[in-house]
Design a protein around this ligand. Structure first.
Ligand code: SF4
Length: 190
């Protein structure tokens, strides 16, 4: 199987490309995640296919935190919640004040992966847990698919040795700040 990119990278890269590099260097579980994820996707995929074929195993009404994978895009990751019979995919975040482009990339990637795996999805939304607000999102089209694929290629080809522009506001909220050689700043979680 070709290398697959975690869906979380789509947003993290926009936050700061260097955080992806630090994630790979310092996260000892990366190998496990890489090897385990496709297997778990395979299991989830087979469970759905088997259920459809036999009609004996009911598909759960709500799927939470399952792995999804798109071979077309070369990405994998977890979804938040899929309401199967309502064909509704929801991505919850603790607090949403702005919907960043990276959020859209993540949700589009989840959507395209689910479709590729044989699920039906007719409704997409973000949910802000703190204030219980729902933000509906249009179903992505071919235009969004191409934009997403271009973003994935940009990440895959990124030269992490190039000069990184730091942003104090971002660094202060980055979990890698204490380990990062691009800033002397510590993060607010220290
Ligand atoms: S500390 Fe700043 S420069 Fe370093 S990875 Fe985080 S956001 Fe990027």
């Amino acid at each position: 199987m070709e290398a697959l990119m975690p869906i979380s990278y789509l947003n993290d890269f926009i936050f700061c490309p260097y955080s992806l590099y630090l994630h790979q260097v310092f996260d000892n579980n990366t190998e496990d995640v890489y090897s385990a994820a496709p297997q778990q996707v395979g299991k989830a995929n087979h469970a759905v296919i088997d259920a459809k074929e036999t009609e004996r195993i009911p598909i759960p009404k709500i799927l939470k935190g399952i792995y999804v994978l798109s071979q077309k895009l070369g990405i994998y990751g977890k979804i938040d919640t899929l309401y199967v019979s309502e064909k509704k995919l929801v991505e919850s975040k603790f607090s949403i004040s702005t919907i960043y482009q990276g959020y859209y990339y993540q949700l589009w990637a989840q959507y395209f992966a689910l479709i590729e795996m044989g699920f039906e999805v007719n409704t997409l939304s973000f949910f802000s847990i703190k204030d219980r607000k729902t933000y509906p999102v249009d179903i992505p089209t071919q235009k969004e698919f191409l934009a997403l694929r271009a973003h994935i290629k940009t990440i895959a080809r990124f030269d992490f040795e190039q000069t990184i522009k730091t942003n104090a506001a971002k660094c202060s909220h980055c979990i890698y700040a204490a380990l990062c050689d691009k800033t002397e700043m510590d993060h607010v979680y220290a």
